[in-house]
Ligand binder design. Structure first.
Ligand SMILES: [Zn+2]
Length: 395
């Protein structure tokens, strides 16, 4: 019987407060860098927290078995985590053999919270206080500035963040932000035309203003992390986020793909086909975003309700034409779509599946899945994964 089986069969009273949440094993983002001796300690810390996060409460002996680290190393690390307030003892499990019943330990899931912010909405910046398991506990929003104005956008987001910090009821592990635009790994927004930011040090500035750790990423890159950690996604997939704009986040080999300009997944302004198409906000004709954004689909259907099916079929076809080379080049197993189900589920996704099949190598890519994500608040939850990953090495 595995450790997690034992936990499931134990009655709740046997270890008061033990968390019912346990995410599937092996959902961690893999590090491609080699573990050097001086990094081993940090690596071991992350490994222990990762194991506890996904498997739930367990004894030090279980943890040693699961991680392959010695009991002495586990004891030292756990003592350190307890002193830091990251891990707590949860009580004892009923003894199954002779000897002292083991004390169960777990990440202090109720002793910390995370603030997540989503700047991708058409009318409002939304935010939430989240649990370490990614559940939304409190929700707030502020109106989004009507026109691109970097200062006004920052003022609105800071106000939202401060309101949420005040609404939190436990010490905060950090603040995560998903924003439209191209974002460097250190949280500097290289370019976000809709918000009026160019080379804007979002992470550093808000970190000083809030006096908390802040992490900022592109909104689709945040969403893909949420799907990876909390959803059912595989090790190689892309998530296409369809809202005011269209963008994608990619995970390959269990690792976020950023690219040479940190712009991997910026597929919204790729022109699809050579036959023109709707005029895009960027000035070109037939960008993927011009076919597929929620506002474009809604406007086209409102203008000609009888053509609804055809409009959705065209959009799904164009999405797959743009996606097929990416699926083939990276050998992805899934394309996950995030956006309003009433528009995207059904005709649009069916057209995308048919087109993807028709445009990729027979016998190889036939099992590629195209589906809608089940997750709501995907950017907020992704922002929580950013903080978990950045602060604890957990994802
Ligand atoms: Zn465009």
């Amino acid at each position: 019987m595995s450790v997690s089986d034992e936990q499931r069969s134990a009655s709740p009273s046997e270890y008061a407060g033990a968390n019912a949440h346990a995410f599937g094993p092996g959902r961690h983002l893999r590090s491609r860098s080699k573990v050097l001796p001086e990094h081993a300690r940090g690596h071991n810390r992350a490994l222990v927290l990762q194991t506890l996060y996904h498997s739930g409460a367990m004894s030090r002996a279980d943890l040693s078995r699961e991680t392959g680290l010695t009991r002495v190393t586990i004891s030292d690390l756990v003592a350190e985590f307890i002193a830091d307030g990251i891990v707590i003892e949860m009580g004892v499990r009923e003894a199954v053999g002779p000897g002292k019943p083991p004390i169960l330990i777990d990440i202090d899931r109720f002793g910390h919270q995370i603030v997540g912010l989503d700047l991708s909405g058409p009318d409002a910046f939304t935010g939430a206080v989240l649990s370490l398991d990614g559940d939304v506990l409190e929700r707030r929003e502020v109106p989004r500035p009507k026109s691109p104005d970097g200062e006004a956008a920052y003022a609105a987001l800071r106000e939202l963040a401060q309101t949420l910090v005040e609404a939190s009821t436990q010490p905060l592990l950090g603040v995560g932000i998903g924003t439209p635009g191209v974002v460097r790994p250190d949280g500097l927004v290289l370019s976000s035309p809709n918000l009026g930011w160019t080379n804007f040090p979002l992470e550093a500035k808000l970190g000083v203003d809030l006096d908390l750790p802040v992490l900022a990423r592109n909104d689709a890159n945040a969403a893909v992390l949420a799907e990876y950690t909390f959803g059912e996604a595989k090790a190689d997939f892309m998530l296409i986020k369809i809202g005011k704009g269209v963008g994608a986040g990619l995970i390959t080999g269990s690792q976020p793909l950023l690219g040479s300009r940190f712009a991997a997944g910026e597929i919204g302004h790729v022109v699809v086909g050579t036959d023109g198409g709707p005029r895009c906000a960027c000035g070109k004709d037939g960008c993927l975003e011009a076919w597929l954004s929620v506002s474009r689909l809604e406007a086209a259907i409102a203008a000609d309700p009888e053509a609804r099916d055809e409009i959705l079929r065209d959009a799904g076809t164009r999405m797959a034409i743009a996606t097929a080379p990416i699926v083939a080049a990276l050998d992805l197993s899934e394309v996950v779509i995030s956006g309003p189900a009433e528009l995207l589920d059904g005709i649009l996704i069916e057209a995308a599946i048919a087109t993807l099949r028709a445009r990729t190598l027979e016998g190889v890519f036939e099992d590629v899945v195209v589906r809608l994500t089940h997750q709501e608040d995907i950017v907020l939850r992704g922002a929580a994964v950013m903080v978990l990953s950045g602060q604890l090495g957990v994802s």
